[in-house]
Design a protein around this ligand. Structure first.
Ligand SMILES: Cc1cc2nc3c(=O)[nH]c(=O)nc-3n(C[C@H](O)[C@H](O)[C@H](O)COP(=O)(O)OP(=O)(O)OC[C@H]3O[C@@H](n4cnc5c(N)ncnc54)[C@H](O)[C@@H]3O)c2cc1C
Length: 289
């Protein structure tokens, strides 16, 4: 590994200045769990790493908002989010998903911002947070903007973030009345990267589906929202028949890909099964009060 500069800014503003360059080998570093693997494998050689560990502590805050939503600072560790009483109350699907995310050692170190910015379509949190209607607040040399998490990914390990832009915070809207579930399927060892991830959120009014968000990951090149599956649920009574229609729509619309964990055709069939299961599980989990 070649030498590189490691700098420790004391504020978000200072970090943004240090990242404001056209050189793509200058990168932010939060938990380092993904970055270090890429460096060890030789697929990324930095000239400068900007360590975000010393920026203002408010960027690691995890808190409920007055309207029933959540704000997760980008520097919060995954373990901090998993153990937060506010997160458990507002979005219990997040700590449930964390139980099968890596292991406690990784969750103690990895940060929410690094998890989303990495752009790996196999990760568990992007589908979960996008099914909850989450957005990221992003800060860079040109100022601040908000991006829906479902629109954050532009391709395989690619995001729409510009060089020098940092994820500052994740914002989740109020979750009252929404029922959610996340399921992943691994086709090799139980702790391998998934062949498929499915996250669903349903809003039920008077016993019918008023609104829904259905996301697929891992089986597709990037996190993908399944609009036809959602349309198939609109106004339906939740149950086997409606969930089967949504699952068929999902299988028709998703562009699944071949890889070492299965063929595209196989993943399409997995998707059909798991959309149905995840919808039923969301109903069993019940709506957030
Ligand atoms: C053994 C192991 C098992 C794993 N298993 C799973 C699993 O089951 N499920 C799962 O979802 N994940 C899994 N992971 C991946 C893990 O979740 C990610 O490595 C981690 O979340 C990345 O966060 P980090 O803070 O360490 O990011 P870093 O490594 O610090 O950064 C990752 C990328 O994001 C950029 N970046 C960092 N912070 C920001 C920011 N605030 N704004 C913009 N860009 C930023 C960096 O420049 C880099 O490109 C596993 C990892 C390991 C090592």
């Amino acid at each position: 590994m070649r030498g590189f500069e490691l700098v420790h800014p004391a504020s978000l503003g200072e970090a943004i200045k240090l990242l404001d360059t056209d050189d793509p080998t200058v990168r932010p570093f939060s938990g380092g769990t993904a970055l270090m693997l890429m460096m060890k494998a030789g697929v990324f050689q930095p000239s400068r790493l900007v360590d975000l560990g010393g920026i203002e502590p408010e960027h690691a805050a995890v808190e409920a908002t007055g309207d029933g939503g959540l704000k997760l600072g980008a520097m919060a560790t995954l373990a901090q989010v998993e153990r937060s009483a506010d997160v458990m109350r507002v979005a219990p699907v997040i700590p449930r998903a964390m139980k099968r995310l890596a292991n406690v050692r990784v969750r103690n170190v990895a940060r929410i911002g690094g998890n989303l910015a990495h752009g790996d379509p196999h990760m568990d949190l992007p589908p979960v947070l996008s099914s909850l209607g989450g957005e990221v607040a992003v800060t860079g040399p040109a100022g601040e903007r908000r991006i829906a998490i479902e629109s954050l990914f532009s391709g395989y390990y690619e995001t729409v973030l510009s060089q020098g832009e940092l994820i500052r915070q994740v914002i989740l809207p109020p979750q009252r009345g929404w029922a959610s579930a996340y399921m992943k399927c691994t086709t090799r060892s139980a702790d391998d990267w998934p062949a498929l991830g499915v996250a669903v959120s349903l809003k039920l009014t008077d016993g019918a589906v008023q609104d829904s968000r259905i996301m697929v990951s891992a089986a597709t090149e990037k996190l993908t929202r399944l609009a036809a599956a959602e349309a198939a649920l609109e106004g339906a009574q939740p149950g086997e028949a409606a969930f089967a229609r949504a699952a068929d729509a999902a299988a028709t619309e998703a562009e699944t890909i071949d890889d070492a964990r299965g063929s595209a055709e196989y993943k399409t069939e997995l998707l059909r099964v798991y959309v149905k299961r995840a919808l039923a599980e969301a109903v069993r989990n019940g709506a957030v009060q």
